[in-house]
Write a protein that binds this ligand. Structure first.
Ligand code: 13P
Ligand code: SF4
Length: 323
């Protein structure tokens, strides 16, 4: 609220923000898309909640005038790339991602120059500029399928997440050159503390996102995207689930299987809520209201860049839809 107070707007906020957001959504002919890492009240107001692949697919199909994207910058940017005639607004345009921010296009170009003749596959958690330098995009939900789509023996560069890249390489048997990026949230789960928690809960299943490091993934019963984790959690027979991803996913799991005991996989520092994504959580209900009211901040993109970034994303969506 400090930022809003600085803007001199606290009085402008209605008492019932949820109702005001619903009214504005109708007035603006808008749709709210939200990632599972958003606060639960934002998830409950969204027209569509999903992982990054599902959000890209949903954004492409939007026929309303405005897309309000509750997620991080690269996700909203992907929506704009796929559906440029819609106005794309985000509650907080500064919501970044350590993977996207840790792979600046100039450095990435130098990296590519050092590995000539390689096909480039980039995780969707990257900027439009890096997408434009890639042959194919993947998400955590389809990374194995996308990597396997290259003919055997193709030299491959995978960017920007070295943990996802290492895991996919192991799963597919494809050697890959990895850009050395990581997610600041997922790499803080502690394999040592997780092992201790598993001893305390021998009945538990461990569900992990592939952005976690190898020592954590080795202890997991299931590795998958946020949607994959939610699905597995609701279908699992285990009474207790230890979850190694951002705790935003708990909301949908709790709604679907309220009787299960959900435990957050432990971090390295008990005193900090480091496994909450500081970027995702920049979006708040107040900012969502203001963004719908004022239709700002808007995400815009240079058209030439958009067209170059579109090609590898479209290729991913086509390959993803294929059996
Ligand atoms: P998903 O592809 O599972 O939605 O993950 C996106 C992400 O940013 C994970 O940290
Ligand atoms: Fe990026 Fe990690 Fe946040 Fe996902 S959880 S948006 S990868 S910083």
């Amino acid at each position: 609220m400090a930022e809003l107070t600085q803007l001199g707007k606290p009085d402008a906020l209605p008492d019932d923000l949820e109702a005001a957001i619903a009214d504005l959504k109708r007035e603006r002919n808008a749709v709210i898309l939200a990632h599972y890492y958003q606060d639960s009240e934002i998830q409950d107001l969204a027209d569509f909640i999903g992982d990054s692949l599902q959000l890209a697919q949903a954004a492409q199909k939007v026929d309303k005038d405005v897309i309000v994207f509750c997620g991080v910058h690269f996700m909203a940017e992907t929506a704009k790339i796929l559906n440029p005639s819609r106005k794309v607004v985000v509650p907080d345009l500064t919501a970044g991602c350590s993977l996207a921010d840790g792979c600046p296009p100039e450095l990435f170009q130098r990296f590519l120059d050092k590995h000539p003749g390689h096909k480039v596959i980039s995780y969707i958690n990257c900027s439009a500029a890096v997408k434009a330098m890639s042959d194919l995009i993947c998400t955590s939900a389809n990374a194995k399928k996308m990597v396997a789509s290259f003919p055997e023996g193709t030299p491959i560069i995978f960017a920007p997440d070295r943990h996802l890249g290492r895991w996919v390489s192991e799963q597919t048997g494809r050697p890959m050159v990895l850009w050395p990026g990581s997610c600041q949230v997922h790499e803080l789960f502690s394999a040592k503390e997780l092992a201790k928690l598993k001893v305390q809960h021998p009945e538990a299943e461990v569900l992990a996102h592939p952005e976690c490091d190898e020592a954590v993934l080795m202890q997991a019963d299931f590795v998958g995207s946020t949607t994959g984790i939610i699905k597995r959690a609701t279908e699992s027979k285990a009474p207790t689930l230890i979850i190694a991803t951002e705790p935003g996913v708990f909301h949908q799991i709790q709604k679907q299987v309220p009787g299960k005991l959900l435990l957050q996989a432990p971090g390295q520092d008990e005193s900090c809520a480091c496994n909450t994504c500081p970027h995702m959580r920049k979006n708040t209900l107040e900012k969502l209201y203001l963004c719908l009211r004022d239709l700002t901040p808007e995400l815009t993109l240079d058209e030439a860049l958009r067209l170059r970034a579109l090609q590898p994303i479209q290729k991913m969506l086509e390959l993803s839809a294929a059996p």
